[in-house]
Design a protein around this ligand. Sequence first.
Ligand code: SF4
Length: 239
Amino acid sequence: MRSFVYEARRRVGPKRNRIVPIIERLAAEHEDATIALRFRSPLELLVSVMLSAQTTDVNVNRVTETLFEKYRRPEDYLAADVEELERDVFATGFYRQKAKAVRGTMQMLLDEFGGEVPTTLQELTRLPGVARKTANVVAAELGQPQGVVVDTHVRRLSQRLGLTRQEDPVKIERDLIRLVPRPDWGRFPHLLIWHGRRVCIARAPRCEVCVVNDLCPASRVTASPPVPGTVKVAQPRTE
Ligand code: SF4
């Protein structure tokens, strides 16, 4: 007997045929899907993303509002006592590790990159405390995406939409890189993140108002999808 999953995948068709309409409809539905962190320079972007581990973007923005007035250049982070920097990033959690990583990164920026934030994944991942996900986010926001950012929303939606069967973020990214057209690598994660916050919520996906429900093997409805832009979607917490 064929499984429910097999039947659902057969109903929606191959992922290669679905990926472009999925991107187009989500882009029409979430025109405002961009990074929620606030920054004014590549350096502020890098620090914001480093501080965002294990906390909400709202929380990071609250902290960086004053942090970025005090620390404007890599030298400023190194001139302060480590305890002072720890206090200044305390509210983002894991403050000791984050302060240490930020200081180490600032030192390397000065020593090896002339004080500028590099743009390749290879260079970014050499910075202390900068893992592949952070590097991917920074490179994409600097207009040079070299991969697809996989966070908790991207992972959940990619699986529900039948774009990957993997669990490991690195393997999920590999699947998405093969599937998503390269010009969309930067915006694709934002579309999934915002759709995940507003509609495809972890515990209670709102399939009935989902604009890609006819393209999703995990959909709980069979009716036609709503037209993008016509559904009133709740404003989420930016986590
Ligand atoms: S149809 Fe349901 S499960 Fe599929 S993406 Fe939309 S909300 Fe998520």
